[in-house]
Write a protein of this length. Structure first.
Length: 160
């Protein structure tokens, strides 16, 4: 059974004005109040030197471990984000490469079809048949123009 009375005090931290130089002479409550108000201003080693009391030491070390875990977690999260970002960039580049390859393939198929048509039309018209390499250096627009010209020649030779 609990003997004695429990006293409850209300502390207003904003009114607390203890300075670092006054800590040595003060009681444990003042040290805790100072720690609560100013711990964030110190590195853990300096805080342990300033407030060496066992309970405050334990609280300081615990906060230092939590802080380290938080920093480690932040570094881990940043690394994971960088990995995800890089995967996304590679995936986007791969998709763009696929699209570009498809466009290039379609263009190559169109060029090949135009070259075959031109050589066929030249053969039908009994004109000299161009070498494939000669036609491959032409732009698609030039190939289309040549195809149209050959088709027009063929239409003109067919009686209406």
């Amino acid at each position: 059974m609990l003997q004695g009375t429990l006293e409850i005090h209300t502390l207003e931290l904003g009114r607390y004005t203890l300075r670092e130089v006054d800590l040595a002479a003060d009681d444990m409550l003042d040290c805790w109040l100072y720690w609560l108000l100013h711990a964030h201003e110190y590195e853990p080693a300096a805080l342990l030197e300033l407030l060496p009391q066992q309970a405050i030491r334990q609280a300081t070390e615990t906060l230092a471990r939590i802080s380290q875990i938080s920093e480690d977690k932040a570094m881990y999260d940043a690394r994971e984000k960088a990995i995800r970002d890089r995967k996304w960039e590679l995936s986007a580049a791969f998709r763009e490469g696929e699209r570009e390859g498809k466009r290039e393939g379609e263009r190559e198929g169109e060029v090949k079809g135009k070259i075959e048509l031109i050589r066929t039309l030249q053969g039908i018209l009994q004109a000299s048949v161009s070498e494939e390499q000669e036609l491959r250096v032409m732009t698609l627009e030039q190939l289309e123009s040549l195809t149209s010209s050959l088709q027009e020649d063929l239409r003109n030779r067919i009686p209406s």
